[in-house]
Design a protein around this ligand. Structure first.
Ligand code: GTR
Length: 331
């Protein structure tokens, strides 16, 4: 179907698919669902700055923020067939394409940010990025996404039973559907850009996300009860189209990967600051923050999801490798 967004994207897609030499005659095109000031998008701008400087302007990146090119699931399809060079998405829309990515979305997998970063920077993270290549995507790096928590328009959630019967928006991923079902609520997959409207119209009662997204999406204006369930710490990911990657020569690949790797650390600083700022601004805006949630009850209800999704020895092994990581011992 030709949506308005796809029509708007048409010139870009034609030029990405066309004969012009990628990264020499034209910039690499990259999409992000967030607005320009969001840390993931700032990281993409940083990649452009680093590349411009190191290659004397030969390699550049043009960023399309704010979901202008469509939903994450939609732009991922376009990236796979080579109509878009790069894409910054959450791991969720990749779950059905690259099964290994499911592992990072397991509820209560990571003990804290140190554990998460150790897994992403170490062997498990690399294995999952590498697993994308047979699916038409080159995994370039992860970015932080903090902890996701539930928020809603109706009431404070302290225990899973408070969610009973609520309609909760989820990303387009089976594991998020299963998590919400495990809590006795009704999951409704909706693209990120449509969630605000869905909350206003009562199509859904709530959603789940980190502090910066809760703020920048303005969901807090309608869904004022934010409960610190911190059930998932799944990261963001930056992918390139495998088709684009194949068109780059070795030197260009090295430049791109080096710029990407640097952007991860730039993003982490911006992220930590942004989480603290967003949380403070949300409290100033008068949302109800529920800090005392029955953590054990959430863990008990959501852990069975692991067995439903860890269906091969490889996936179980990967999850175990992450559980066994001891960041204190490796740092
Ligand atoms: C945000 C994430 C986005 C998108 C969004 C969502 O935290 O940064 O890429 O996945 O959540 O819930 O759809």
């Amino acid at each position: 179907m030709l949506t308005r967004r796809r029509l708007l994207a048409a010139p870009l897609l034609l030029s990405a698919c066309g004969r012009s030499e990628v990264a020499r005659d034209r910039p690499l095109f990259v999409a992000d669902t967030h607005p320009a000031e969001y840390p993931t998008v700032q990281a993409l701008f940083a990649i452009d700055r680093i590349l411009a400087e190191r290659t004397g302007g030969e390699m550049r990146v043009r960023v399309y923020p704010g979901g202008q090119l469509g939903s994450e699931a939609g732009t991922l399809e376009i990236t796979i067939f080579g109509g878009l060079d790069m894409n910054r998405v959450n791991l969720a829309p990749l779950n059905s394409i690259v099964p290994e990515t499911l592992v990072l979305a397991l509820p209560f997998l990571f003990r804290d940010t140190h554990h998460l970063r150790a897994a992403l920077d170490g062997a498990p993270g690399k294995k999952i990025l590498d697993a994308m290549s047979p699916h038409g995507l080159k995994g370039l790096c992860y970015y932080d996404s903090g902890a996701r928590s539930f928020y809603n328009t109706r009431r404070a959630i302290r225990t899973p039973s408070d969610l009973n019967g609520m309609k909760i928006r989820v990303q387009s991923s089976d594991i998020y559907v299963a998590m919400v079902q495990a809590l006795g609520a009704n999951p409704t997959p909706i693209p990120y850009g449509e969630v605000y409207q869905a909350l206003v119209q009562g199509v859904v009662d709530g959603a789940e996300n980190n502090w910066p997204s809760y703020e920048s999406s303005r969901h807090f204006e309608v869904a004022r009860h934010y409960s610190l369930t911190r059930h998932v710490l799944a990261p963001e990911v930056l992918v390139a189209s495998e088709r684009t990657w194949q068109k780059l020569d070795e030197r260009q690949r090295q430049h791109l990967q080096a710029a990407v790797d640097e952007s991860v650390f730039i993003m982490r600083d911006l992220w930590d600051q942004r989480v603290a700022d967003a949380r403070r601004r949300m409290l100033d805006a008068g949302i109800e923050l529920v800090e005392e949630v029955d953590h054990d009850a959430f863990v008990e209800r959501m852990l069975p999801v692991w067995d439903r999704f860890l269906i091969t020895p490889e996936l179980r092994g990967l999850a175990q490798q992450i559980v066994d990581l001891n960041p204190a011992a490796t740092s």
